[in-house]
Design a protein around this ligand. Structure first.
Ligand code: NPW
Ligand code: K
Length: 472
């Protein structure tokens, strides 16, 4: 698990004050990190266009040009007057070495975007937009220095952002890089150390980045067990019964000892799922909302959902049902809620009266998840998206591994099934949400069919193979 920060200015300052490092030393390492990447991936002689801006992001770019000059064909383009002292100093060093600037951008093998980084604080002007358009249109390999130009500090993405193949980010990961809208402009994301290990560079952070290696699969190591040893998941199955069935299949596949679909009318689920018109007495967790509609009477929901203390997953239609939402007030219950942005809008309106749009939620995903957490710290919220956010008790986790194979009806039902399976097996709400979210995306990556073809049933099948493909 890696740490993530809102920005790195305070971390840079700490390096100067605590370790006697200077801005110059940090920048030399930033440039060396980019130079190493280029040397590793491209032969000498490759042409590299570096577009450098007015501040220290530009300074990083100019220092990179100096480091590669002689071995690579460097074209340094500086469209504005340099502002920062470091940019001016780097330019003077490059000049002394004989590195010349070019007035126009032209075809090249590599483009390095060192226009704006952490200091982008307002909209870019038309000329810069035009320049970015030219850079994006090139067939070159595209490297963003620290942050692709156009990604604002708060994560808002400007219309003409640089589209990187790889972003080499300096010192530590920044939140802005993990907003959904930024996923396609960041490309591959790698971190460059700035002269000290990240262990020393980074300070405290309550925000963490999940990685594949954080996945811990349910354990079946003990052999003296029976089906009751692995819990009993009760999955509500409503108007759109397919959603509940998929969720139940996922729960059974992810290790729940028993899975019962709680139904209103008779259905024909797969033979390994039980069904019942009540929540079984020995149920150890429940999931509700997937395709629920308004099948169940108020009295029934009161008795089996609101008055229960079983760990619970609230999904989909739950957010439209104020009766079910009463569950949120239960402080002594393990609760996971799994809204997608549109459902979050509905939920937020019910809870606060504030009407947001989906775009507003997407633009400030981190802020909204934190605001929800301020009100309900005991609840685990999992806000779905290209980069899923999971939060409980001030600790926020980003799952950046999502992929577009999952953009299909039914993926969310699988997720709620995975979570309830883990809750039934005794996981805490936060662990269940983290592990289920990781299992879902890793299973999706593992699917070998066409990227557009994966069905929820394929996903469940891939979940069943995870033990053979990753280390649990
Ligand atoms: N400090 C360190 O130790 C290290 C720093 N590092 C590097 O520094 C980068 C941060 O540098 P930075 O703070 O100088 O910000 P940066 O992104 O270059 O832009 C600021 C300039 O842009 C201008 N400007 C802003 N918006 C604009 C707009 N829309 N349109 C036009 N102009 C605009 C703004 O102008 P102003 O607001 O002052 O008028 C100012 O001149 C960071 O991303 C990393 O790469 C690394 O080397 C590691 C060590
Ligand atoms: K940049």
């Amino acid at each position: 698990m890696q740490k993530v920060f809102e920005n790195c200015y305070a971390l840079d300052e700490r390096c100067y004050e605590s370790y006697g490092l200077s801005e110059d030393i940090l920048m030399e390492h930033a440039a060396a990190g980019m130079a190493d990447y280029i040397r590793k991936h491209f032969p000498k002689g490759t042409s590299v266009l570096i577009v450098a801006g007015t501040g220290n992001n530009g300074a990083d770019g100019i220092a990179l040009g100096r480091q590669l000059h002689g071995d690579y064909e460097i074209k340094l383009h500086i469209p504005f007057t340099l502002h920062s002292e470091m940019a001016k100093r780097q330019f003077e060093r490059a000049r002394l070495l004989g590195l010349k600037t070019v007035d126009e951008v032209s075809q090249t093998d590599i483009v390095v975007d060192a226009l704006f980084g952490a200091g982008l604080n307002r909209n870019i002007d038309e000329a810069t937009e035009h320049l970015l358009h030219q850079l994006n249109a090139m067939k070159a390999y595209k490297i963003a220095c620290d942050i692709p130009t156009g990604v604002g500090v708060k994560g808002t993405l400007m219309p003409m952002a640089f589209h990187a193949d790889v972003t080499l980010t300096m010192g530590a990961y920044k939140e802005a890089l993990f907003l959904d809208a930024c996923k396609d402009v960041v490309g591959e994301l790698l971190r460059v150390d700035l002269g000290v290990s990240s262990l020393f560079y980074e300070g405290e952070s309550h925000t963490c980045l999940l990685e594949r290696c954080d996945l811990k699969l349910p354990s079946r190591r003990e052999q003296s067990t029976h089906k009751g040893s692995f819990g009993h998941a009760a999955v509500f199955c409503g108007e759109k019964e397919g959603a509940g069935i998929i969720s139940g299949m996922a729960a059974a596949t992810f290790g729940a000892g028993l899975t019962t679909l709680v139904v209103h009318e008779k259905i024909t689920p797969p033979p390994y799922l039980m069904h019942s018109t009540v929540v079984p007495d020995n149920a150890s967790a429940m999931a509700i909302g997937m395709g629920l509609g308004c099948h169940f009477e108020s009295e029934f929901l009161q008795k089996y959902v609101v008055k229960s203390h079983l760990p619970i997953v609230l999904d989909a239609d739950s957010f439209y049902n104020e009766e079910i939402l009463a569950v949120l007030e239960q402080k002594d219950r393990e609760i996971v809620i799994t809204p997608h942005p549109k459902e979050f809008v509905v939920l937020w309106k019910v809870l606060t009266g504030e009407q947001l749009t989906v775009t507003q939620v997407q633009e400030k995903r981190f802020e909204m998840v934190r605001k929800f957490n301020d009100r309900y710290p005991h609840i685990t919220i999992l806000l779905k998206g290209a980069n899923t956010l999971i939060m409980q008790e001030e600790r926020l986790y980003i799952n950046p591994l999502g992929c577009s194979k999952l953009s299909k009806g039914g993926s969310g039902d699988v997720l709620s099934g995975l979570i309830v399976a883990l809750l039934a097996q005794g996981y805490t709400a936060i662990d269940a949400a983290i592990q289920a979210s990781l299992a879902l995306v890793i299973a999706a990556h593992q699917y070998e069919g066409a990227s557009y073809a994966m069905l929820p049933t394929d996903l469940v099948e891939e979940i069943g193979r995870l033990e053979y493909t990753v280390k649990g």
